[in-house]
Write a new protein. Structure first.
Length: 485
């Protein structure tokens, strides 16, 4: 989908973050200008674009809660899954996931029903199976990077880090709340769906939230979460040959876990490491706060006008807000909020790490929790449109910003159909869109590609084509197919 994730590099001046002397070691920058086709269908969002035979493409529109299929010209659209009886209510009340599957098929994951539905090459829903690990269903939807299947048919995804409650022998005093310690890294795992076995291939550092918890004299718990909009993290991507590529942010090198078990490491990739002084850090936070507040207001408007899940991103943290979708689990999605830590492609790479609950809360259901919805009863009825008031943006202190500009931001990595790794960097050139390094299997940067302004990389097609999400000045979202050659 079009994810308004803040790219701080674009907020800073081109003069302060200009591509410097090391660019002599890099291929010449190529702006993408050859648009092959553009859809006329207004999409609420584009979370992923998965190619099908004959030039067709599936699109996951999580804002309007539907999966649609476009023909090769992007002019004819067919609804594959939505919330109507025409598709058997295949799309649930929360954003689902779309993953390329065996041959020319795809999998649609519904986190509400905990089911995985196969979409064949004709865009038809066929077999249905249960999600293999229900406790990690959100990881399958692309909220924590872009999952996929390797050459052995194993599902590869970023797992959920396990919080620690003060150490193995720690025991909180009776009546006292102890905030669990959230690890700063998460596992990359491979799941054998037939044997239901799992192994850990690697681990990546993610944008851990800064959580402050206090307990009042009345026993009530107050939680404040602050976000780092410019973190130094790792990223990962599954490549077309089954290799897992892990990109380390601290020195910008690549570790590859090959299908045969070998682990190889590249040298440091060329990048202009720029030290961030205190004034620059303060400027980054001010720019982030201004941009994120605008995003929060837009998300609140979406909730108030249509009651659907609105998308809001806080730099390295993303939140999906739901209004009017409640029921069950102490309020369900009635005015609920789930917090997704990490980042997401910006449509371009994988999706962000997800943390969070079922939202809503018990009590008065969506009504009281959302301050404006018509909540159900005790334990959760549906909250009304606009039933959740988004909290003000809370950012970390300047001292928490890294001392050097990170080479990439969350959700920066994605693999194409030819075995190449694409990494969206924080480099800036002119006033166009983000700059990608295209890295081959030998860890050589073979191309540098700059997207047009206002575009986000959503997927790849055959023959060197890319699918981009674009939002026009009227706020409508469309799909573009562009040529790399």
């Amino acid at each position: 989908m079009i994810r308004p994730t803040l790219l701080i590099a674009l907020a800073l001046s081109a003069s302060s973050f200009a591509v410097g002397a090391q660019s002599a070691k890099l291929p010449e920058l190529r702006p993408l200008t050859k648009v092959l086709s553009r859809s006329t269908e207004d999409l609420g969002s584009i979370a992923a674009a998965v190619p099908l035979p004959g030039g067709r493409v599936l699109v996951n529109d999580i804002l309007q809660r539907r999966v649609v299929m476009f023909d090769s010209s992007l002019t004819q659209v067919t609804v594959v899954a939505d919330t109507t009886m025409a598709t058997g209510n295949a799309y649930g009340a929360r954003g689902g996931g779309l993953i390329g599957f065996r041959g020319d098929s795809a999998l649609f994951i519904d986190p509400v029903s905990l089911s995985m539905m196969t979409v064949n090459g004709k865009g038809e829903l066929t077999t249905v199976r249960a999600v293999p690990r229900a406790q990690e269903v959100n990881a399958f939807t692309g909220a924590q990077g872009r999952p996929g299947f390797d050459d052995k048919g194993r599902l590869v995804y970023r797992g959920v880090p396990r919080p620690r409650f003060g150490g193995a022998n720690a025991r909180p005093a009776v009546g006292n709340f102890v905030m669990p310690e959230i690890p700063d890294s998460a596992p990359i795992v491979r799941l054998n769906m037939s044997a239901r076995t799992i192994d850990t291939a690697s681990a990546v550092k993610f944008n851990r939230p800064d959580v402050k918890v206090s307990q009042g004299n009345d026993g009530r718990i107050s939680v404040q979460t602050r976000t780092n909009p410019f973190p130094m993290i790792d990223e990962w991507a599954l490549l077309s040959d089954g290799t897992i590529a892990v990109i380390r942010g601290y020195d910008f090198h690549i570790e590859r876990i090959h299908p045969d078990g070998r682990v190889t490491s590249s040298g440091k990739l060329p990048f202009e490491w720029q030290r961030l002084d205190e004034d620059t850090k303060a400027f980054i936070l001010d720019s982030a706060r201004t941009a994120l507040e605008k995003q929060r207001e837009e998300a609140q408007r979406l909730i108030a006008t249509n009651g659907a899940g609105a998308f809001f991103s806080s730099g390295g943290a993303e939140m999906i807000m739901g209004g009017g979708m409640g029921g069950g689990m102490g309020g369900g999605m009635g005015g609920g909020v789930r917090i997704v830590m990490g980042g997401g492609p910006d449509g371009g790479g994988g999706g962000p790490p997800q943390r969070g609950g079922q939202g809503g809360g018990g009590g008065q259901g969506g009504g009281e929790r959302g301050r404006g919805g018509q909540g159900g009863g005790q334990g959760g009825g549906p909250g009304g449109a606009g039933g959740f008031q988004l909290p003000a943006v809370q950012l970390v202190d300047p001292a928490d910003i890294p001392d050097y500009r990170p080479p990439f931001t969350p959700s920066a990595a994605i693999g194409d159909l030819d075995g190449n790794l694409w990494v969206r960097t924080t480099a800036v050139a002119g006033d166009l869109g983000p700059i990608y390094y295209v890295i081959d299997a030998k860890d050589q940067i073979i191309d540098r590609v700059q997207l047009p302004p206002g575009r986000i990389l959503s997927g790849f097609g055959p023959g060197g084509t890319l699918y981009l999400a674009v939002r026009d000045t009227a706020g409508k979202t469309f799909l573009e197919r562009v040529s790399l050659k």
